[in-house]
Ligand binder design. Structure first.
Ligand SMILES: O=C(O)CCC(=O)C(=O)O
Length: 365
């Protein structure tokens, strides 16, 4: 994981997210608020009522939060081991910050490859039911149907297929901003991938490789509303991304933590103005035969502020087979991963609750 400097598209996206949130709230919770308010706590003791309100009616945790709950509904209470415990936070550590203004400098390239291998290194109107397309999805928590405890997060997820499809299907409220953010990020993504491939002695990114490394993209708009008992739940549970790289824009609130190597310590990733956070994802770990390591991360819930983040997940195409790159095997490396269909890998990830880095096991030999 590393930070790079970004130009400011932040403000535009921020406005768009806030508006998106308000827009949904106006549509959804106002009818609910008056009749239910006096018996709110009792009402939500019933799991099906909570799920109906949050998931099926599409109110999300934003809707819950704005009802003025004074205590966290029990469905969000995480087991002790999944909560962030302050004794496991290492305050003196921080993730690498790299100034990418000079791409030609070999030190910049070295810092990127070091960061990708060091971080988490051992050795080395869009709900599921209602959206007209799988490529545009509003959701809450991660996989509510598979989770024992829900996560305190809502999101809008936009899978990019083409400009035409985005124009036809993406909500107009944020379409232009997200497309702009994606386009601008593409330059950075290409440069990062080139440097990371050079670090593996892979000099040329041909068409096949470009598809494997950045053949598809998904942008999420994440919203973590203020939470009544943040210490009992999580914003996002422990996981690594299934992407090759994730480019993350976060607002000024903070709350993202990364796991230090294989230990049990967590390091805060504080917001740095003008920077993007870059995560290595599982697909790059597999393609690089474990030379680059995907980073395990989590987000805490916040009792005082709403938080927003906007990750772009840079992925292989769903129909790509992913496995250690042929160049690595040709150079004599023993493969530690098999070839798997990327869409199968992603399905496996989304079928279960967040569970740290267990998804990678799906591709292990
Ligand atoms: O909000 C963040 O900082 C991280 C979000 C994240 O991990 C995710 O959306 O998968």
């Amino acid at each position: 994981m590393l930070y790079i400097n970004s130009h400011s598209i932040e403000t535009k996206l921020h406005h768009c997210l806030l508006f998106f949130g308000k827009h949904r709230l106006a549509l959804s919770t106002d009818n609910f608020r008056k009749p239910m308010a006096p018996t709110l706590a009792e009402h939500f003791q019933d799991s099906s009522a909570l799920r109906e309100f949050v998931i099926n009616q599409g109110n999300g945790v934003k809707g819950l939060s704005e009802l003025g709950l004074t205590a966290l509904p029990k469905q969000y209470i995480q087991p002790l081991e999944e909560r962030t415990c302050m004794t496991n936070i290492v305050l003196q550590e921080s993730i690498p910050i790299i100034d990418m203004s000079n791409w030609e400098d070999p030190q910049v390239a070295k810092s990127i490859c070091d960061a990708a291998s060091k971080w988490a290194e051992v050795k080395n109107k869009y709900s599921k039911e209602h959206s007209s397309s799988n490529n545009v999805r509003f959701g809450t928590s991660f996989t509510p149907q598979a989770e024992k405890a829900l996560e305190w997060k809502d999101y809008l997820s936009l899978f990019y297929v083409s400009e035409e499809e985005a124009s036809a299907l993406w909500p107009s409220i944020c379409r232009e901003q997200v497309l702009d953010y994606m386009k601008k990020s593409e330059v950075v993504i290409k440069q990062l991938l080139q440097v990371l491939m050079k670090g593996l002695n892979v000099d040329e990114i041909d068409e096949t490789k470009e598809s494997l490394l950045m053949g598809s993209m998904r942008t999420n708009l994440n919203y973590y509303p203020k939470c009544p008992n943040p210490e009992l739940t999580v914003g996002v549970g422990r996981h690594s991304d299934v992407s090759t790289l994730t480019i993350l824009l976060q607002d000024e609130i903070g709350g993202l933590f990364v796991r230090e190597n294989e230990g049990d310590n967590w390091i805060h990733v504080p917001p740095v103005k003008g920077s993007l956070v870059i995560n290595v994802g599982d697909a790059l770990q597999i393609l690089s035969n474990g030379r680059y390591r995907s980073v395990e991360h989590r987000v805490v819930a916040n009792g005082s502020n709403n938080r927003i983040s906007v990750p772009i997940f840079v992925n292989p195409r769903p129909a790509d087979m992913i496995g250690p790159l042929p160049e690595l095997i040709a150079s004599g490396e023993k493969p530690i991963y098999k070839q798997v269909l990327y869409s199968d890998y992603v399905k496996h990830f989304f079928r279960k609750a967040h569970d740290g880095k267990k998804t990678v096991g799906f591709a292990e030999l």
